[in-house]
Design a binder for this molecule. Structure first.
Ligand code: MTE
Ligand code: MOS
Length: 772
């Protein structure tokens, strides 16, 4: 059911409490980080005297001041909180300083005198590949006879795909407040998608046990994956200073520091060779995937695994060989970002399919359809999971019809025949995205529900709210289970002392997991109330129905609150925990095979763009989207996710460019140089719809589907529409070599190479050969 976001009224009136708004105890200190100015080198001397003498300074913490483990690495312990002696990226924290004001701390942090012994820095993927340095071992995923099938294919094509990174640009930057409690305990307010991990890491850093650290988060002003592992660093530094001074410490990064210090989406490079037949069907594919992981592992393992597992997108790849290099560079350690490697994998195959169509002079949509997973055959992924309940044909057929694909294709052609400078392009791309954490262990959740004697409900669960509407959805589930209006259910801040050992709110699975856990808790309490009603009123259980704020018991009915009060008087427990773990999934991380995903979410988008060939500027003119949310828990919120995810993807692929100089210093660390889309980039014509009459084929909460990440990948249609417009400037069959993001500069470069083309099929990025 569509309802507004549970905090909408607070968001728009400025009353929603974010971490920065939490009233502080009077003795609170403010902290700032001192950062490395070089990308790679040894610290010869770190003189903090000028920092200590700076006005207002109360304490400093560097590597030696961490009482426990000086590390915030989650999977692999290779992320120092404060660089001990080796510096591995420009912007790496060396120390943190606490002062009596925010400004005093920031000023002091800049006064350190650091002497470095510089070492050679590896800054990009090609350099790392040449030097063969990785953060994790190379992985390989193979099926069929890729090399033989390639040799036998009637057509072969080689190419390279360049995919840029992305800064999360959450509106609320990273922030933590550490408040010492009695007897050595620590309370941490953190803007985090993963309170339990922050709890563990703070405990390790302080040399404490988990039961001494409590982490709370009411909401984030956006996370997008950037608050999955990164908040632990901020929280640990604040906690170390709080521990050292015995005073509360607030550590909030300003935008520039946030962008310099924290991990981003991995940029990728893919060299591929594809073999196909004259109908455009892919017969064999070999891909070398390489990503810039930065200096440490962080989540690069699972991110790159997901890229490998989404290189099929919606297409059956019978013979495939993917090699995935997790390149180490002396840049910030890259991390989770909406789609978690999936978008990068899909970009590779979508460009390949687009290039096959251009090489054969066919409509790209036709080539896509020929390669889709079948319903009953050609339906096993390259990692061994059978694609069940396949909706891609339905979605693409319906979208092609409702968006008038054929006619629009003709109109674009006509426009381009009659307009020289402003060209148009069109692309319709599908999305199939696997739902579940690939690490099976994380697919579990817990909830805690209290029913008070006045009939109101307080809900707590392990998920976190970052604007995606999770709290609203889980509250809806609980209200539904008790037959109560949504106003009777209040959601409280995520708190490690209420629901323990939680997974990150990530992988789009939070409503699936926490919704089910909350349902289980509600069922427990409802079961007790039913039993009480049966005993009291002498009816059988089916005669007790919870609806419209009332309980119907046989012939009579009474307000929910009345039954609750009676149950309380009869000493019935009105509080319960609930637990859920995703069924059916199993996955072997070493062989990369199994059923990692409970199900797939689908979608498709048709985008039409205009490209100004004189300036390289692009404009999204129209988008048509049909997206699968199963039986949506809240269509209003889900549509918001689809629109927001799509536009965030448009930013990734068109305007958001991360640029490091030759010394490895990030130059794009503020909105002045880093361009995210704004409301004005939303296309003048947009048709966004949910395919909501199709319940999830798997038994998820009310048969809904996860919706957080998949829509981002709908934006690949915009990138390929731009490529389509550029291609119209060259001879038939030209393969524009367009790098992502398609900034005006990238578009102009691509146009120049396309215009230089005389012979078809010989552009820089793609080489085609045909054995006839
Ligand atoms: N939507 C908003 N408004 N803000 C966010 O930070 N994060 C995205 C997505 N949608 C995000 C968002 C990411 S990366 C994920 S994994 C999911 O929301 C997480 O929430 P869910 O599991 O409840 O979908
Ligand atoms: Mo989302 S990248 O899984 O936090």
């Amino acid at each position: 059911m569509s309802t507004r976001h549970e905090s909408a009224h607070l968001h728009v009136s400025g009353q929603a409490l974010y971490a920065d708004d939490i009233p502080l105890p009077a003795n609170t200190l403010h902290a700032a980080f001192g950062l490395s100015s070089i990308a790679h080198g040894r610290i010869r001397a770190l003189d903090l005297t000028p920092v200590r003498e700076s006005p207002g300074v109360v304490a400093i913490a560097a590597a030696a001041d961490v009482p426990g483990e000086n590390n915030y690495g989650s999977a692999v312990h290779d992320d120092p909180i404060f660089a001990p002696d080796l510096v591995q990226y420009a912007g790496q924290p060396l120390f943190a300083v606490a002062a009596d004001s925010y400004t005093a701390a920031r000023k002091a942090a800049r006064r350190a005198r650091v002497e470095y012994e510089p070492l050679p820095a590896i800054l990009d993927i090609r350099a790392a590949l040449a030097a063969q340095i990785t953060v994790l071992p190379t992985q390989r995923l193979t099926r069929g006879r890729p090399h033989e099938a390639l040799a036998e294919a009637p057509h072969r094509m080689q190419g390279t795909v360049h995919i840029g990174g992305q800064d999360h640009f959450y509106l609320e930057g990273q922030i933590s407040i550490a408040v010492p409690q009695e007897d050595g305990a620590m309370l941490v307010h953190s803007s985090t998608q993963h309170p339990s991990e922050v709890q563990q890491i703070v405990a390790h850093a302080l040399g404490k046990r988990a039961n001494q650290v409590t982490v709370q988060c009411r909401r984030m002003g956006g996370g997008f994956g950037g608050k999955e592992t990164q908040p632990a660093l901020i929280a640990a530094a604040a906690a170390v200073l709080a521990h050292k001074t015995g005073r509360p410490v607030k550590l909030r990064l300003d935008r520039d520091t946030d962008m310099l210090m924290t991990g981003k989406r991995h940029d990728f490079l893919a060299d591929y060779t594809v073999g196909f037949d004259e109908r455009g069907r892919i017969l064999a594919l070999t891909v070398m995937l390489a990503s810039r992981c930065g200096y440490s592992a962080d989540l690069s393992g699972p991110v790159n695994d997901r890229a490998m597992m989404h290189i099929d997108n919606a297409y059956f790849l019978e013979n495939v060989d993917i090699v995935s290099h997790r390149c180490k560079t002396h840049t910030v350690s890259n991390t989770a970002f909406r789609g978690f490697g999936g978008p990068q994998g899909m970009m590779v195959i979508e460009q390949i399919v687009d290039s096959i169509a251009r090489a054969l002079g066919m409509d790209p949509l036709e080539v896509r359809r020929r390669n889709f997973y079948g319903i009953d055959d050609r339906n096993v992924t390259h990692y061994g999971q059978t694609v069940e309940h396949n909706l891609i044909h339905t979605i693409v057929d319906r979208l092609a019809e409702s968006s008038h694909y054929r006619e629009r294709r003709r109109q674009v052609q006509e426009w381009n025949d009659t307009h020289r400078h402003v060209r148009r392009g069109l692309a319709l791309t599908p999305v199939k995205f696997g739902i579940s954490f690939t690490a099976t262990m994380f697919n579990q959740a817990g909830a805690l529900i209290h029913v008070y004697t006045d009939g109101t409900v307080l809900l707590n669960h392990g998920g976190t709210e970052m604007g995606q509407g999770l709290f609203t959805k889980v509250a809806q589930v609980v209200a539904t289970e008790f037959g109560l209006p949504l106003t009777a259910v209040r959601v409280s801040a995520t708190d490690t002392s209420k629901v323990p050992n939680t997974s990150a709110s990530a992988a789009s699975a939070s409503a699936d997991l926490n919704g089910k856990a909350a349902q289980a808790a509600a069922e427990t309490i409802r079961g007790r109330l039913v039993q009480f009603a049966c005993e009291t009123f002498g009816v059988a259980a089916p005669a007790v129905i919870f609806r419209d704020g009332k309980v119907f018991i046989g012939e009579r009915h009474l307000p929910f609150a009345d039954l609750v009060m009676q149950a309380y008087r009869a000493r019935v427990s009105l509080s319960a925990t609930g637990y859920y773990r995703t069924p059916k999934i199993e996955y072997d991380k070493t062989t990369l095979r199994g059923r990692p995903f409970f199900y797939f979410a689908y979608g498709a988008a048709l985008s039409e763009v205009a490209v100004d060939t004189l300036t390289g500027e692009t404009q999204l003119l129209r988008v048509d989207i049909l997206h699968d949310a199963g039986r949506s828990l809240n269509p209003a919120i889900d549509l918001g996710q689809v629109e927001g995810g799509f536009l965030q993807g448009v930013g990734w692929l068109t305007s958001e460019e991360l640029w490091w100089n030759a010394k490895g210093e990030l130059q794009t660390h503020a909105p002045s140089t880093y361009k995210i889309p704004t409301a004005r980039d939303w296309p003048p014509h947009a048709q966004v719809k949910l395919l909501d009459e199709r319940p999830n084929g798997e038994e998820t909460i009310y048969r809904s589907k996860a919706v957080g990440e998949p829509p981002l990948m709908l934006a690949i249609s915009v990138f390929l529409a731009i490529r389509d417009a550029i291609a119209s400037c060259g001879p038939p069959g030209v393969q524009p070599d367009l790098t992502a993001p398609a900034t005006p500069e990238a578009v102009l470069r691509s146009l120049a190479s396309v215009r230089a083309e005389t012979a078809p099929q010989a552009a820089a990025g793609v080489r085609v050969e045909a054995d006839v």
